[in-house]
Design a protein around this ligand. Structure first.
Ligand code: AMP
Length: 408
């Protein structure tokens, strides 16, 4: 099945066209700084993936998608002859609230519920909904699915998802932990079960999605029982530009001291903090590791803090579960940085997570799912390559294919 995967953000749009049967990517496109004067969009087609610029000046996110569809229709190198070749659309939705515990086909009822979830992720969900509307207009006969970042976490018990605030904020505003990166955590857990050769339902796992955004999840018998991200993806670990968890009183203190408003404070916490804020250099872990190696003290502090916060989160979820069989590392940093994995697990050996330094070495191993703990480590350590777009495409394929099967 040919699936168009649409991942819309507040000022970004990522799309891929995926042939799910052979897990083949046919097109990749990325628009950034959408809505700003320097907005750019590039699309690339298989097999060479030569990037070509798409003119998106003055476009909002759905308008960028509209331009991309025009390109797919008109470009001689397009991997499809017409838009009718797209058999299904998979939309990544950041917040599904309490409405959605699974991916779903988007019928009228589901779309109405999606619109109700907009206020939970005001930067992301409205853009995704606008793309769904546009696609309904341009591809009215093509089924669309919604795949949620939050769905995997709807299994959390109340003691994990409630905040110690007056209950009215939960009842009136839906303020609770929703978590994120659910598609990645679910996938990492399943891949780890495959690597260990045991049913997911028998295992206790701690899955670590360590990328530009980062979150850690306790997965008990295949279900998320707690996760570090919260009401929004700002809570939890220190991230590329996000602070993660801090004393909430700091927020009002800075606002008062600097006389700044909500939007400015929001921007500082989401865009200027984390690895970027502490290192003063970059949000990219590779740059910061290189600077730390070259003797930059602030970069070294940022890496130390990052490692320490990951260690503490793994330790707290070890305590939250009744058994831990494996810790699973995934996403940009988790998959690729042998150095950070070595530093993280150097502090966790006393809990029975014992890294094998040779297996941890990345040489020739990038993209290979594998166990990297010593053979008799009481708790195994696994590395799994995450691929969010492919997951969304395959979930969409399963939903649309299942529906077609049921109609037969
Ligand atoms: P993601 O959001 O999953 O694409 O991950 C992006 C993050 O992974 C960035 O901070 C990158 O610097 C980091 N990353 C990718 N490769 C490496 C590597 N070899 N060593 C350290 N960090 C890496």
């Amino acid at each position: 099945m040919i699936v168009l995967v649409v991942n819309a953000g507040s000022s970004t749009l990522k799309c891929q066209l995926i042939q799910t049967d052979g897990k083949v990517r046919l097109m990749k496109a990325l628009a950034e700084r959408v809505g700003h004067p320097d907005a750019v969009m590039e699309a690339a087609f298989a097999p060479g993936f030569e990037p070509r610029a798409v003119e998106v000046a003055g476009c909002d996110v759905p308008a960028c998608l509209d331009r991309l569809l025009d390109l797919l229709e008109s470009d001689p190198a397009s991997p499809i002859a017409s838009l009718a070749d797209i058999q299904a659309i998979g939309n990544r939705i950041v917040a599904g609230g309490e409405h959605f515990s699974e991916s779903t086909l988007i019928d009228e009822g589901a779309f109405a519920a999606l619109v109700q979830c907009e206020e939970l992720a005001p930067l992301h969900n409205p853009a995704a909904d606008a793309c769904i509307r546009l696609l309904r207009h341009r591809l009215p006969d093509t089924p669309q699915a919604a795949v949620f970042d939050t769905a995997f976490h709807t299994s959390m018990p109340a003691k994990a998802y409630m905040y110690p605030l007056p209950q009215r904020y939960y009842q009136q505003y839906g303020i609770r932990r929703y978590g994120a990166h659910g598609t990645s955590h679910r996938y990492a857990a399943q891949q780890a079960a495959n690597l260990l050769g045991r049913p997911l339902a028998d295992l206790g796992l701690i899955t670590c999605h360590l990328g530009n955004g980062g979150s850690i999840t306790a997965v008990n018998h295949g279900e998320s029982i707690d996760t570090t991200m919260g009401f929004t993806p700002l809570e939890g670990l220190m991230m590329g530009t996000r602070s993660g968890s801090i004393d909430p009183a700091i927020v009002t203190y800075i606002m008062r001291r600097d006389g700044i408003g909500f939007d400015e404070m929001d921007r500082i916490l989401n865009k200027e903090s984390g690895i970027l804020g502490v290192s003063g250099l970059s949000a990219d872990m590779r740059d910061v590791l290189a600077a730390a190696d070259a003797g930059d003290a602030d970069a070294a502090l940022a890496v130390d803090m990052y490692v320490y916060k990951v260690q503490k989160a793994i330790g707290s979820f070890y305590a939250a579960m009744t058994r831990t069989d494996a810790v699973v590392m995934t996403a940009g940093i988790g998959e690729n940085s042998a150095e950070l994995r070595e530093r993280i697990f150097a502090g966790l050996a006393h809990m029975g997570m014992i890294l094998d330094l040779e297996k941890n070495d990345v040489t020739g191993q990038i993209g290979v799912n594998r166990v990297i703990s010593i053979d008799d480590s009481p708790i195994k350590i696994c590395v799994v390559t995450t691929d969010e777009e492919m997951r969304i495409a395959r979930e969409t394929d399963a939903l649309v294919g299942g529906e077609a099967e049921a109609a037969r």
